[in-house]
Write a protein that binds this ligand. Structure first.
Ligand code: 5GP
Length: 146
C-alpha cells in the first residue's frame, strides 16, 4: 500500500509527537506502545518508509531483526515475564491500524487476559501440496519482492 508520511509512527520518528523510547539506532526505533496489551509492550519500527513488512527492504528488515533478541531480553528482565509474543500485523484484515511496519513485543503472563492462540484449520487431500507449490513459485517470480 502507498506510504502515508502523516502516519503516527512517521510523526514519532520526526519528533512531532512524543514517545517513550527505549532504544534508537540509525535505522530503527523501539518505544512503549501507548495502549499496551500488557505493561512493557514494545513497538519496534524501522526508520525506512514502509507501510508493511512486504514493502520493507531486506537490509532494513535485517537490522530490526538483529535488535529483537536484545529487546526481548530487556522486556523479560524489566517485566518479569517468562513469555512473549512477537507479532507483526500485516494489513488491515490482520489487525494493522498504523501503516508503518512495526513489530510488537508483548510480555505474557500465565493466566493473563490475552486471547491466544488463534484457531487452526487443516488441509484436505492435496491442498497442502498445492499451497506449497504456489508459494514456492511466487518466491521465484520477479514480482515476489514487491
Ligand atoms: P497495529 O494494530 O497497527 O499492529 O498496532 C498499532 C499499535 O500502535 C497499537 O498497539 C496501538 O496501541 C499503538 N499506538 C497507536 N498510536 C500510538 C501512539 O501515538 N504512540 C504509541 N506509543 N503507540 C501507539
Amino acid at each position: 500500500m502507498a506510504y502515508d508520511p502523516q502516519n503516527i509512527f512517521a510523526r514519532i520518528l520526526r519528533g512531532e509527537i512524543p514517545a517513550a523510547k527505549v532504544l534508537e539506532t540509525d535505522h530503527a526505533l523501539a518505544f512503549l506502545d501507548v495502549g499496551p496489551v500488557n505493561k512493557g509492550h514494545l513497538l519496534v519500527i524501522p526508520k525506512a518508509e514502509a507501510a508493511t513488512l512486504s514493502d520493507l527492504p531486506d537490509e532494513a528488515a535485517a537490522h530490526v531483526g538483529a535488535l529483537l533478541p536484545r529487546l526481548c531480553r530487556a522486556v523479560r528482565a524489566a517485566t518479569g515475564a517468562d513469555a512473549l509474543n512477537i507479532v507483526v500485523n500485516h494489513g488491515e484484515a490482520a489487525g494493522q491500524t498504523v501503516h508503518h511496519v512495526h513489530w510488537h513485543i508483548i510480555p505474557r503472563f500465565p493466566g493473563d487476559a490475552v486471547r491466544w492462540p488463534w484457531p487452526h484449520q487443516s488441509y484436505a487431500d492435496d491442498e497442502m501440496e498445492q499451497m506449497r507449490s504456489r508459494i514456492a513459485r511466487a518466491l521465484d517470480a520477479p514480482e515476489s519482492s514487491s
